[in-house]
Design a protein around this ligand. Structure first.
Ligand code: ATP
Ligand code: MG
Length: 380
């Protein structure tokens, strides 16, 4: 395909309202993210009804900002939509009320402006976040300023924007570690994604969030555990590695959370001040999760005989996890890829990237057929 394909993508599956303009599945012209973290912080987690209402308030502004940021010199604003070839939207998995806001906005644009609409699986969106590249000065985030990341310890996978997708000529395994999922996915083509393992209980991000609550650290837990762990010693407490002694690629993190909770209770009974030992606890906890994630992913790569391993999802923002992945991959002659840090948590650019795979396959639906679906979960 020689023509440039420009996609306006919308994401609203959980607590981020996001819109992005992405060219050829790789090049981000704009990506606006309106995060609801401050709204949900006091509840220690996402409240679905509040999330859906906040999406309704934000969606139109976020879409307009994404178009304006992508094409700052085009006037009038009404002309911006002419630049767009396709629309894309997350249709699941996620919170139903939240998903409905994005899907209905996308369907409306599709009908009014007569643009094809591509429904995207949110988890595959995380997988495709690995192909995203920023144009300098092009990405604007409302709540977090975009920084270019030095890709020192991992392979950024492509020199040219379009050729990033060529890596699909060889199969790869992605670990998606997010707030709701911990999945290993084997990809052999844009329409060939196979779930090969998953968590049997909590997701890795969920485990970080629950551990942060136990340690009275702020929400979301992943970044605050990672911050606290910097000053801790991971070898002081030996916390369990879920399912490490069983022959399976599946993950488990609920036993680890219980072990941390029991340890904290014991320390409290001995009158030990928890905040003083929190960095060691956070560091030991983080190390247990990293050990499980890295070892199972490498085992999967060996079992399925693939050379490329990808990391994705909010937990992929963890720099200690990235370092450990890079080191272990290199020891096992594997090539490790990770997304730019700001595209690990939910964003619409990754939805635009995944949608491009459907464009290449000419696989998309009429807007009347696109609906929020409970069937979007990948199945083992
Ligand atoms: N630096 C970090 N270290 C560890 N975990 C992190 C870090 N940054 C974010 N996270 C975790 O990532 C999760 C959010 O990721 P993401 O936005 O991908 O999840 P989600 O969209 O809610 O879930 P899903 O994608 O499964 O629907 C949270 O659980 C958060 O604690
Ligand atoms: Mg997500």
């Amino acid at each position: 395909m020689n023509k440039q394909v420009t996609i306006l993508a919308i994401e609203s599956s959980c607590d981020e309202t996001s819109a992005a303009v992405v060219v050829n599945g790789c090049q981000i012209l704009s990506c606006i993210v309106s995060s609801q973290i401050p709204i949900h912080q006091r509840f220690g987690g996402v409240v679905p009804e509040i999330a859906a209402r906040a999406h309704v308030e934000q969606i139109n502004t976020v879409i307009e900002q994404a178009l304006c940021a992508a094409y700052p010199i085009i006037k009038p604003r009404e002309a911006l939509i002419k630049e767009i070839d396709y629309l894309a939207v997350t249709h699941g998995p996620g919170l139903i009320g939240s998903l409905l806001v994005g899907v209905n906005a996308a369907k409306t644009l599709s009908m009014v402006f007569n643009k094809p609409l591509i429904p995207v699986n949110h988890i595959l969106g995380h997988v495709y976040s690995n192909f995203l590249q920023e144009q300098e000065n092009k990405c604007e985030m409302r709540n977090a300023k975009c920084k270019s990341i030095e890709n020192t310890n991992y392979n950024n996978s492509s020199d040219t924007l379009h050729s990033a997708f060529c890596i699909l000529h060889s199969p790869f395994i992605t670990l998606v570690a997010s707030g709701g999922h911990t999945d290993l996915i084997l990809t052999k083509g844009h329409n060939n994604h196979q779930l090969i393992a998953q968590t049997r209980d909590d997701a890795a991000g969920e485990a970080f969030d629950k551990a942060a609550q136990l340690l009275s650290l702020s929400y979301p837990g992943g970044p605050s555990i990672a911050k606290s762990a910097i000053n801790g010693n991971p070898e002081i407490y030996n916390l369990p590695r879920g399912l490490s002694k069983i022959h399976t690629l599946d993950f488990s993190f609920s036993g680890l959370k219980t072990a941390l909770s029991q340890l904290i209770n014991e320390k409290r009974k001995s009158n030990i001040n928890i905040p003083t030992i929190a960095p060691d606890l956070a560091s030991s906890f983080q190390e247990s999760i990293i050990d499980s994630l890295v070892s199972k992913t490498v085992q999967a790569a060996i079992k399925y005989d693939v050379k490329n391993i990808f990391l994705a999802g909010g937990v992929a923002a963890n720099t200690r996890l990235r370092t450990e992945f890079a080191n272990t991959a290199s020891l096992n002659n594997l090539i490790f890829h990770a997304p730019l840090i700001e595209y690990c948590t939910d964003n619409a650019a990754m939805i635009g990237a995944a949608a491009y795979g459907s464009v290449l396959l000419k696989h998309y639906e009429s807007c009347y057929d696109v609906n929020v679906t409970r069937e979007a979960e990948l199945k083992l």
